[in-house]
Every structure is written in structure tokens, then in C-alpha cells.
Design a protein. Structure first.
Length: 163
């Protein structure tokens, strides 16, 4: 039902080819608007007004996602229950947390592979094979703030395929 409501908000905002991807909260759509910041604001107002969803909306273009996919940042790696390949999208390119490395209690389980400047995303691999893996998401929130969203590499590929 959530996907249906989300798609309804986007359709109501006048976007075309609206679709959802899995239960991830990712919506794909087409628009003649090319100002991503303006799109983010417009969408966030719609989500807040129609569904009461606060927080930050992040928009990435097809070209940005295509460049990320083609760069193959996780070459030779496979996403699995034991190894999470993760992409954390940042709202702003000037995020003060850029360059931060996980603290010692996370360092054994999380490896930051790099930062993709074009798509504004941190690329990381998390070893999820041991019980009690430290909470990577808490570290991301503390380091980069709430204007981020993390998706698995598999989800990013599915979003791109849906475009």
C-alpha cells in the first residue's frame, strides 16, 4: 500500500512514468525539470502534505546512476547476507563528514571504498557475517547527518534498471 500512496503523490505532482522499486521507498519518474534541488523541495512538500512524511528527499538523475553503475565500484564483489555492498547518497556535496573513516569498533566490519563525487555517494562494504555487527547506520547518521540515504548495490542496480 505504501508504494501505491507514494506513486500517487508523484503522479499528483505531475510527474510521468511513475514507478516504485521493491519496498525500498525508491520512486522512479520522468520530468522535464532539470534542477534536482527544486525537484527535491517540490517532492518533499508533496510527501509532507499528502502523507505526513518528513525528512529529506534525494533525487539522482538517470545519467548520474548510469555513471555510477558503469564505474563498477564493487568490481569482483558480490552482495550477500554476509557481505553488504552499500551506497550512501548524500544530499550535499559539501557534507562535513566527507573523508571520515569508521571508528575502531566498526573498522573491522566496515570498509569505505571511496566517494563518488558525481553522484555524491559513499561506497562501502560491510562484513555482516559475525553476530553483533556494530550499527553502521548509527555511525552514518552521526557522521553525515540525516540528509543521507543508504541503499544496497543490488537496490541501486534495480532502480537503474527500472529507469
Amino acid at each position: 500500500m505504501r508504494g501505491e500512496k507514494l506513486r500517487g503523490v508523484f503522479s499528483g505532482l505531475g510527474f510521468d512514468s511513475v514507478g516504485s522499486v521493491l519496498g525500498s521507498g525508491n520512486i522512479v519518474f520522468s520530468s522535464d525539470e532539470s534542477d534536482c534541488a527544486a525537484l527535491e523541495s517540490r517532492i518533499q512538500r508533496g510527501l509532507s502534505g499528502e502523507l505526513g512524511i518528513g525528512g529529506g528527499t534525494l533525487v539522482r538523475t538517470r545519467a548520474e546512476l548510469q555513471a555510477l553503475i558503469e564505474s563498477d565500484p564493487f568490481a569482483g564483489m558480490t552482495h550477500s547476507r554476509q557481505t553488504y555492498l552499500m551506497v550512501t547518497f548524500l544530499k550535499d556535496a559539501d557534507n562535513p563528514g566527507l573523508g571520515a573513516e569508521p571508528p575502531p569498533d566498526l573498522a573491522a566490519q566496515v570498509k569505505i571504498l571511496g566517494y563518488d563525487e558525481q553522484v555524491r555517494a559513499i561506497l562501502a562494504v560491510m562484513d555482516n557475517s559475525t553476530p553483533g555487527t556494530p550499527n553502521h547506520m548509527v555511525w552514518l547518521d552521526k557522521t553525515f547527518g540525516k540528509s543521507v540515504t543508504t541503499r544496497t548495490w543490488a537496490t541501486v542496480q534495480k532502480v537503474f534498471a527500472k529507469l
